[in-house]
Design a protein around this ligand. Structure first.
Ligand SMILES: [Zn+2]
Length: 439
């Protein structure tokens, strides 16, 4: 289906309309506490939920940093509640790099374009449209649902999920499991389509490296230059090749990939198997090892002044449980002249690829896309499931999307020209609806 950017509301499927409305609200999260805020989007979600007869609550962790939570009564109150959550913020988008207005919510070539189309206003919309389908037809989900749309996910959830888990844990009372973003989408390799269910997340350690020295005239003969020392440390960290180490999740994933390819993990190594999945390797390769990427540099104020201080931010993602060991290794790599400041850290997660929720996901996907296998995987990034885990809630990444073979989906996350096929949104809403009705 192709429609113009002026497609009227009437011709739009409800999931698409909600996702487009949300994309048009610029909820950019710049990090370090700077943000455009999520209040407008939270109030939009609140109105949608209220329309369905629910009683949503808006929670401000700070001015403009609004999350919204509502409870939906299930048909079977004996069962523990399920948290179905999304986040309302997005990462920045530089319009100069995009081929469309990142906050225009344009529809072209059968896709919805814009910041958040994939991460994750798509799933926010699928959740709301599913609820409307279920409650609007007089039905109820099988179990109680806690619908949560968080602020600040893109900066570690300090003003979102972590705030709510700490300050308002009663909102999640009775919940044991959660589903949310970055899983449930299809990948195609070895001539067949399969789905990745996210059952594990890496830990994150965001550090700042600081080199200090003596300020001096740029014409001086100086051997102790903060910029030079910091640069050496940054290069060493950036070039570090962390060893491959498989966890239960990645070992199982690689075995399943090998089976689809008609080979074995003994014949093809971890990286080769990951690369054989095509674009999905963008997610999988980073889950096989720790990564440490320098992301920001700051030093100096004038061409002819040697500054007394140089700083770099490094984004480290470790396998679950390896945070301290990796930090110790980083200290060795950068040397004792460089100060390491831990700016933010959060735990990793790993859940077995088994149990009733996994079975229900596999069964529901099987009904909508018969014969397509479902594989477990570890997310190299993090989600609000980390915060929910502090309440004993087991989180999965399940935002179902049946995607065309050649769409580089992993590259869409925080990338330019973020976009999602309209029919994938429709598919996702239907799968989610069935899962919520049955599980
Ligand atoms: Zn996200």
């Amino acid at each position: 289906m192709t429609s113009g950017s002026d497609a009227s509301d009437l011709t739009l499927d409800e999931t698409t309309r909600i996702a487009r409305d949300l994309i048009r609200m610029d909820t950019t999260n710049y990090g370090e506490g700077r943000s455009n805020g999520e209040t407008e989007a939270a109030e939009y979600v609140e109105a949608c939920l209220r329309d369905l007869g629910l009683e949503p609550e808006l929670i401000d962790a700070a001015p403009g940093r609004t999350s919204v939570v509502a409870r939906v009564a299930g048909a079977n109150p004996e069962k523990p509640a399920l948290v179905v959550h999304g986040h309302l913020d997005v990462v920045p988008a530089d319009p100069a790099n995009w081929s469309v207005d990142p906050f225009g919510g344009e529809i072209k070539d059968g896709l919805l374009w814009g910041r958040g189309a994939v991460d994750m206003k798509n799933m926010d919309a699928m959740i709301l449209a599913s609820l409307r389908e279920i409650l609007g037809s007089g039905r109820r989900p099988e179990r109680d649902l806690v619908i949560a749309m968080f602020s600040d996910e893109e900066n570690g959830g300090v003003f979102g999920s972590h705030h709510l888990v700490t300050e308002r844990p009663e909102l999640f009372a009775g919940a044991t499991e959660a589903i949310s973003e970055v899983g449930g989408y299809s990948i195609t390799f070895g001539g067949r389509r399969s789905y990745l269910l996210q059952t594990s997340e890496k830990a994150l350690v965001w550090i700042k490296l600081v080199a200090t020295g003596r300020a001096a005239h740029g014409s001086r003969y100086v051997q102790d230059n903060a910029v030079t020392r910091l640069s050496e440390a940054v290069a060493a960290i950036g070039r570090t090749e962390w060893p491959v180490r498989l966890t239960d999740t990645t070992e199982q994933l690689l075995r399943e990939i090998a089976t689809i390819l008609g080979t074995t993990p003994e014949r093809l190594g971890p990286d080769e198997l990951a690369l054989a999945t095509g674009t999905a390797s963008g997610f999988i390769q980073a889950s096989l090892r720790t990564t440490s990427n320098p992301t920001l540099l700051q030093a100096g104020y004038k061409h002819n002044v040697i500054p007394d201080r140089a700083e770099a931010l490094v984004d480290i993602r470790t396998l679950p449980g390896e945070e301290d060991a990796v930090l110790a290794r980083v200290a060795e790599i950068v040397g004792e002249d460089i100060e390491i400041v831990v700016m933010h850290r959060d735990i990793g997660l790993e859940t077995p690829f088994s149990g009733p929720l996994v079975d229900a996901v596999v069964e529901t996907l099987g009904r909508h896309d018969p014969g397509a296998p479902v594989l477990p995987y570890m997310l190299s990034g993090g989600t609000d499931n980390k915060a929910l885990s502090l309440l004993g809630i087991t989180g999965y990444g399940f935002a179902p999307l049946r995607l065309p073979e050649h769409l580089d989906f992993p590259a869409m996350f925080h990338g330019v020209d973020e976009r999602v096929p309209l029919d994938a949104l429709g598919f996702g809403k239907q799968v989610l609806t069935d899962l919520l009705l049955d599980y």
